[in-house]
Design a protein around this ligand. Structure first.
Ligand code: 0X9
Ligand code: ZN
Length: 400
C-alpha cells in the first residue's frame, strides 16, 4: 500500500516536471533494476526495453503514459527521461523535415537514392553490385568506392564498412552515407594522389533493409531482420548469426529474443550474401561494422574473453582511430568487445577477423544513453564527422 502511495505521489512529480514534454503520449523512462528478479519481472511484463542486453542498475524503456503508471503501481522505480513520437508513426515525424543527410535521418529509399546520386556524380570511382536479397525480397547492395581496378596489379586491399545491421540504429545509416560521400569527393580531387591507392571501400549502406523499413512504419525499436520464426515470433539478430562463436554466450536460441541467433550460422540471406561477397575478395585489410550506441571502438574477440592472436595490433589501431574520433565533442573508448561491452557469440567482427585476418571493429557511435537510439538530428553531423575521421585514419593505418 505504501509503495502505491509513494508511486502515485512520485508520478505527479514526474508529470508536472515534464509538463511541456508530457503532451506526447509516448515516453522514454528509466527503470531501476537493482537485482535480477526485478529485471525478470520487467521482461515478463513485456516491457519495451531499449537497451539491447538489459543489465542490472537501470534500463531504458519505451512506454505510453499509462504503461509508465502501471509499472509504478507494480512497485518499479521509474524516472521520466523524455517524450517521443509514437513509435509506430516515426515516418510522419520526419515527413516535414528538409532532406539533407547531414541534418536529418533518411529512410531506406532516401539512403539508396543518396548512394545512387554518388554513383551518377562519380561514375569513375563509385560502382555497385548486389550481394544478396533480404527475406522480404529487397536487394542488398554493396557500393565500391575506389580507383578503377588495375588488371594484373597487386590485389586491392578491401575495407568493408557496414551500416544498419540493427534496424533501430539509425545514425549508422547517416554515417555510411557520409563515409561514401567524403571518399568519393576526395578521390575525385586532382590532388588526391596518394589517397586510397590500391585501397577500396566496400560499403553496405543497409545490411538489414526489411528491419530498417519496419522501424519507419511499425516499430521504431525493431532490431533484428524480419524472418518469420513461426509462433508469432519474428526476426533473427544478424549480429549473432555469423559463424565464429555461433551459439555461444550472449546469444539466444529463443525465436522471440532480441538476440536470437537463428537456426544455423549464416541461416539468414542478409549475412549469407555478405559472407559470399567477403570470401570472393582476395584481401580484406579492415572492417568496420557501425552500430550505436555507447561510443566504443570494439575489437575481437566478442565470443570469448581470451585475447586474440593480434591483440596488440588491434588495440593500437583502435587507439589511433579513437584519437581521431575524439576531436568532435564526444569521448570514445576502445577495448576488446567481450570485455569492454559484453560477451556475444556469432558477431560480425569475430568472423571477419577469423577468416580474413582483418583489422575488424564494431564501432558503437553516439551517444552514451541520454538519447540512445533516438539520437537527436542535431548530433548527426558531428557523428558523421568523427566517423569519417576514424575511417580515414583506418585507411592510413591499413596501408595498400
Ligand atoms: O550486441 C551487439 O550486437 C552490439 N551492440 S548493440 O547495442 N549495437 O546491439 C555489439 C556487438 C559487438 N559486441 C561485443 N563484442 N560484445
Ligand atoms: Zn547494434
Amino acid at each position: 500500500m505504501s509503495t502505491i502511495r509513494f508511486s502515485l505521489a512520485f508520478l505527479v512529480v514526474v508529470i508536472s516536471a515534464g509538463s511541456a514534454r508530457a503532451e506526447s503520449d509516448h515516453w522514454r523512462i528509466k527503470v531501476s533494476v537493482p537485482d535480477s528478479a526485478t529485471l525478470q519481472r520487467l521482461l515478463d511484463l513485456g516491457a519495451n526495453v531499449l537497451d539491447c542486453c538489459p543489465h542490472l542498475g537501470h534500463t531504458h524503456v519505451a512506454t505510453t503514459k499509462s504503461e509508465a503508471t502501471l509499472l509504478q503501481l507494480r512497485g518499479f522505480q521509474v524516472e521520466f527521461v523524455n517524450a517521443m513520437p509514437d513509435p509506430a508513426n516515426w515516418a510522419r515525424f520526419y515527413e516535414h523535415v528538409p532532406a539533407d543527410y547531414r541534418d536529418t535521418y533518411f529512410n531506406a529509399d532516401q539512403i539508396l537514392a543518396h548512394f545512387e546520386g554518388l554513383r551518377a556524380q562519380y561514375p569513375t570511382f563509385v560502382t555497385r553490385s548486389q550481394i544478396g536479397t533480404s527475406i522480404n525480397n529487397e536487394p542488398i547492395w554493396v557500393y565500391r568506392v575506389g580507383r578503377p581496378l588495375k588488371i594484373g596489379g597487386t590485389p586491392e586491399n578491401a575495407f568493408i564498412v557496414l551500416g544498419l545491421t540493427h534496424a533501430r540504429e539509425w545514425v549508422s545509416g547517416s554515417v555510411v552515407m557520409h563515409v561514401a560521400t567524403k571518399a568519393a569527393q576526395t578521390l575525385s580531387m586532382p590532388q588526391a594522389v596518394p589517397f586510397m591507392v590500391n585501397q577500396t571501400l566496400y560499403i553496405v549502406p543497409i545490411l538489414n533493409p526489411d528491419g530498417y523499413r519496419f522501424t519507419w512504419t511499425n516499430n521504431r525499436y525493431w532490431r533484428k531482420n524480419r524472418r518469420n520464426n513461426g509462433g508469432g515470433n519474428f526476426g533473427v539478430d544478424l549480429n549473432r548469426n555469423y559463424a565464429k562463436g555461433w551459439g555461444g554466450q550472449g546469444s539466444s536460441g529463443s525465436p522471440g529474443s532480441e538476440t536470437y541467433r537463428g537456426t544455423a550460422p549464416f541461416s539468414e540471406p542478409e549475412t549469407a550474401g555478405l559472407r559470399d561477397f567477403t570470401l570472393s575478395l582476395p584481401r580484406v585489410g579492415a572492417v568496420v561494422d557501425f552500430h550505436n550506441y555507447s561510443q566504443k571502438i570494439l575489437w575481437p574477440w566478442s565470443y570469448t574473453t581470451a585475447a586474440p592472436p593480434h591483440r596488440q595490433m588491434l588495440s593500437d589501431t583502435a587507439a589511433a582511430v579513437e584519437a581521431q574520433m575524439d576531436g568532435f565533442g564526444a569521448n570514445y573508448d576502445h577495448g576488446q568487445g567481450s570485455i569492454a561491452l559484453y560477451i556475444a557469440g556469432g558477431t560480425s567482427k569475430d568472423w571477419f577477423y577469423d577468416v580474413k585476418g582483418s583489422r575488424s571493429y564494431t564501432i558503437e557511435l553516439r551517444d552514451t544513453g541520454t538519447y540512445g537510439f533516438e539520437l537527436p538530428p542535431s548530433q548527426i553531423r558531428p557523428t558523421q564527422d568523427e566517423a569519417w575521421a576514424g575511417v580515414a585514419e583506418m585507411l592510413r593505418i591499413m596501408g595498400p
